[in-house]
Design a protein around this ligand. Structure first.
Ligand SMILES: C[S@@+](CC[C@H](N)C(=O)[O-])C[C@H]1O[C@@H](n2cnc3c(N)ncnc32)[C@H](O)[C@@H]1O
Length: 476
């Protein structure tokens, strides 16, 4: 070993020791707030919990949490909600619909067009359908009007979605898209929703966090990967009619329970802001919300713009628009360039300062830069992603504190992560930042079963359990 190498190694060891000590100190500091909460099963904090929930399960958004989780926090967590609920990372609107079903008005912010579209279509589907509308949907299910439709409406693709469907499926999609234009706005929204819901199942791809996996039958293969078989690739007609049946049956059955809160009120009480919460939050009124229930992207390199590429292309986004969207998303991939946060909002200087003062975070940042310089990182974008994630989250947290009423609570689901052999305690770091930005940390509720690490991390550094938690913060 050269003297240079040995110096680098001892610096690495020294930084890790420092991180371990600061981490232990911060964990001890929050000892009274930590509690392992059996109610918070992995199922309930994830989309799994929506599997049997009508309407919530139409579109499989793997990053969603369950409606039961939201209902739990809104009703049983000792709280009397006064005022609207907000979710700045609304996804497909779980918080919004769950709040609304309890008679609480809700606002959401969502950047990704697929989430926006699912929310819009669901709102339209919850408006009263006329008996003619029902007959139309039944006709689509029984007689598949697209099959003989003379025209086609081609859909756009981006680089990573080219040839994603068998040729006969692409042709059927084009005819379906053309045929649905003959229907009224509500029916069109439901038919488009059904199409978005089945895209993955009729394609050669499988969503896989950081990218789309391609079935070998597509003829595409990522260099250096094993041939992959996703199982059955559903024929278009079968997939779409099954989905339409499911939607229609849920709409029909919903009429009874929803009479508690008239159907139209549900639609009226949900408001969606399309765009980045970094842009939208500063324009929301101070002290105007009674609760925030949210789950931001985790700092785990998952790339929503790749995972949901089929849907984004089907919604008509171009390659450039998808790339721009990736940059606008909260930094959680190695491709995110830093955002000029003070340009977005000059008042955020104290929020950014709060991350600069957070010692554990600063030591982790220094460690990751050191590992990058030593060639020990499998991707050189990791330090920038981690730095960006926490600065942007600090701004979101600062804004959330501003828009909440005094004593109102924020509930946030998030995962800890691990890079270069070091666990990053996202829960305690964000909670520490939150308490310097007008929040009191009431609880850090730990999901009982521990999550593993990526296979890369496990191979290189062994398995270390990572916490998944719900943070409960109260505005002072
Ligand atoms: C973990 S998911 C939330 C899912 C949501 N709880 C649900 O049940 O559907 C995080 C969401 O944040 C969105 N997102 C990422 N960056 C954003 C930003 N800057 N502004 C608003 N939304 C953003 C993503 O598109 C994603 O839908």
């Amino acid at each position: 070993m050269t003297p240079e190498n040995s110096k680098t190694q001892s610096e690495t060891a020294e930084l890790r020791k420092k991180i371990a000590a600061l981490d232990a100190e911060l964990t001890a500091d929050f000892k009274a707030q930590f509690s392992v909460t059996p109610f918070l099963s992995r199922k309930i904090v994830s989309f799994q919990g929506n599997k049997d929930k009508p309407a919530y399960n139409w579109y499989k958004y793997k990053e969603a949490f369950s409606a039961s989780l939201v209902e739990y926090f809104l009703s049983s967590y000792d709280g009397q909600i006064s005022g609207k609920v907000l979710d700045p990372f609304a996804g497909i609107g779980t918080t919004l619909f769950a709040a609304s079903s309890q008679g609480i008005p809700a606002d959401g912010i969502e950047l990704l067009p697929i989430g926006q579209e699912i929310i819009r279509a669901r709102l339209l589907s919850e408006m009263e359908l006329t008996s003619d509308d029902i007959v139309t949907l039944e006709r689509w299910i029984a007689s598949l009007p697209w099959k003989e439709f003379p025209e086609r409406l081609p859909f756009s693709t981006i680089r990573i979605t080219e040839n994603a469907y068998p040729p006969e499926t692409s042709a059927a999609i084009e005819r379906y898209r053309a045929a649905l234009r003959e229907e009224n706005e509500k029916i069109q929204a439901i038919l488009r929703l059904a199409l978005l819901c089945v895209l993955e199942s009729i394609s050669y791809t499988r969503k896989d966090g950081q990218y789309l996996r391609w079935d070998a039958r597509s003829g595409k293969r990522r260099p250096g990967t094993k041939a992959f078989n996703k199982g059955e690739i559903l024929p278009f007609d079968a997939a779409i009619t099954a989905k339409l049946k499911e939607i229609l049956s849920d709409i029909r059955n919903a009429e009874t329970p929803l009479t508690l809160f008239p159907v139209k009120q549900t639609a009226k009480d949900i408001r969606l802001f399309k765009g980045s919460c970094l842009e939208v939050l500063p324009n929301l009124e101070t002290a105007s919300y009674g609760t925030i229930v949210t789950s931001p992207p985790y700092c785990n390199r998952y790339d929503y713009t790749r995972t949901y590429a089929l849907e984004l292309a089907m919604l008509g986004l171009t390659q450039t628009e998808v790339s721009n969207l990736r940059q606008e998303m909260l930094s959680c991939t190695v491709e995110n360039r830093g955002k000029d946060l003070l340009k977005i909002c000059p008042q955020w200087a104290p929020f950014i300062e709060a991350t600069n003062r957070q010692k554990l975070l600063q030591t982790i940042n220094a460690y990751l830069e050191h590992e990058k310089a030593s060639g020990n990182l499998n991707n050189s974008g990791i330090p920038r992603m981690v730095r960006g994630y926490f600065s942007e989250m600090a701004c979101v947290i600062g804004e959330c504190a501003r828009v909440l009423k005094p004593n109102a609570r924020l509930f946030m689901v998030n995962d800890n992560v691990r890079y270069a052999g070091v666990s990053i305690s996202v829960d305690t770091i964000l909670s520490d930042i939150a308490r310097s930005l007008d929040f009191e940390v009431e609880n850090i509720l730990v999901v009982p079963s521990k999550k593993g690490n990526s296979s890369q991390q496990m191979g290189a550094y062994g398995r270390v359990p990572l916490r998944k938690c719900v943070y409960v913060w109260r505005k002072r």
